[in-house]
Ligand binder design. Structure first.
Ligand code: URA
Length: 431
């Protein structure tokens, strides 16, 4: 096989064989196919797409480029993946919550990049929390506690690490087959029985419209099923942040409120819906409503909060019910009407301006800064009404820039606006 032949075949819109896909991925990992040819091939994939079979072959080749987590316990293994959004702290609640239901949750998570936050950054708001557990430490913690949230180990899908770096600088990130293989190769390396995907759509999401989110959801699900894992999907709205809090310590604090049976109802609703899909998928319950009740009970009796605290401490973190936040100020409305839109890109950029997100890989972030959203789409807004509480430690220039971004993120209507449904489709399984 010659790399140029594989590139040309995809450029001409033809289907690649498993051998050709493996050849490119093996060549990427061992360096025998140079970066420029991999990049040209990735662009051909972005432009011409891949079939379901090709996408599954690519996922498998990327998965096989590394190792898998060992499986020492007999408990079912499940995981959740979200395509990312503002204020999405569901993983922090869901991993310990599921562990209380006698399942193992080996969550290998990522850092924030661009406007969306990362689960690892949120957990690192607890001083000392370790996100670099070794496979042996992951295994031990799963046996003792049933849940772990850590970074991917160097041995997991090394092909994805290399390919993502190239995609990031060659305009080839937004390709459904490449995104699918990237996400699924890392998730499936945890040897799961069931996986639930929270595919988000809207102004604060990777996929801005419902149609592209549906296409990504279909591709992720078909790939999971082809690879033998019961894979379920929920499509959820990201036209406004999930919950009230955005920012690392802000979100960790809100996750604790949810675990205490308090906090915003949308975070609890989505967490229970995602968890219930998994408990039904492994056959623990026949009906989603029964699974929701069982999960809610583990929050309401305090078990999930205790498990969360143990997880933080077992991973070296110093648990606090509420982490300290930066000093706050309030942005008030200069207009009136019904809140019709919140531009998630602008909200996310404001958090970056405050120092709560990264402009480039490796930037240091300030866990104490963030936002508390005081209004939701559909609310009637009066002149001078408080809109957002801003937790800010930054200098005057970046605070001013954040205020300007926030002000322009709000749009109003003179007519009443209906509130947005959070979950537009749930419980989708491959036919
Ligand atoms: N997240 C990933 O892990 N990979 C992608 O390609 C895009 C989002």
């Amino acid at each position: 096989v010659l790399p140029v032949a594989v590139i040309s075949k995809k450029r001409d819109g033809l289907e690649l064989s498993e051998a050709e896909i493996r050849f490119m991925i093996d060549g990427l990992v061992d360096g025998s196919v140079p970066d420029y040819q991999i990049s040209a091939w990735a662009m051909a994939v972005l432009l011409n797409g891949m079939s379901e079979v090709e996408t599954a072959c690519l996922t498998d080749a990327m998965l096989e480029s590394g190792g898998r987590l060992a499986r020492a316990s007999d408990r079912p293994r499940v995981d959740k993946h979200s395509t990312g959004g503002l204020g999405d702290k569901v993983s922090l609640v869901l991993a310990p919550l599921l562990a209380c239901c006698e399942v193992d949750v080996p969550m290998l998570s990522g850092r924030g990049l661009g406007i969306t936050g990362g689960t690892l950054d949120k957990l690192e708001a607890y001083s000392g929390y370790r996100c670099d557990l070794t496979p042996l430490e992951i295994d031990r913690q799963l046996q003792r506690l049933g849940c772990v949230i850590t970074g991917t180990t160097p041995d997991i899908a090394p092909a994805d690490k290399k390919l993502y770096l190239l995609r990031d600088v060659t305009g080839t990130v937004p390709s459904i087959p490449l995104i699918t293989a990237s996400i699924m190769s890392k998730k499936l390396a945890a040897t799961l029985d069931a996986l639930v995907l929270d595919v988000k759509f809207g102004s604060g999401a990777f996929m801005q419209d419902l149609e592209s989110a549906r296409r990504l959801a279909g591709s992720l699900q078909a790939t999971g099923e082809r690879m033998g894992v019961d894979t379920r999907v929920i499509l959820s709205d990201m036209n406004q942040p999930l919950g009230r809090m955005v920012g690392n310590a802000c979100e960790a604090n809100e996750a604790v409120q949810i675990l205490q049976g308090q906090g915003p109802s949308d975070v609890r609703q989505l967490t229970l819906a995602l968890g219930a899909e998994l408990l039904v998928a492994i056959g623990r319950y026949q009906q989603t409503s029964l699974a929701v009740t069982a999960l809610a009970e583990m929050i309401d009796n305090g078990a999930a909060l205790r498990r969360y605290q143990l997880m933080i401490e077992m991973q070296g973190g110093e648990y606090k019910d509420q982490l300290p936040l930066a000093a706050s100020s309030v942005l008030t409305s200069s207009s009136e009407g019904w809140l019709a839109g919140l531009d998630g890109q602008l909200l996310g950029q404001a958090v970056i301006e405050l120092g709560g997100g990264r402009r480039k890989l490796g930037d240091r972030i300030d866990a104490t800064v963030g936002l508390e959203m005081l209004v939701r789409i559909g609310d009637r807004i009066e002149h001078q009404q408080p809109l957002v509480k801003i937790f800010s430690a930054s200098n005057a220039t970046s605070r001013k820039a954040a205020y300007e971004l926030l002000e322009s993120a709000f749009s109003y209507s003179s007519e009443p606006v209906p509130p947005l449904p959070l979950i537009v489709s749930e419980g989708i399984t491959a036919s």
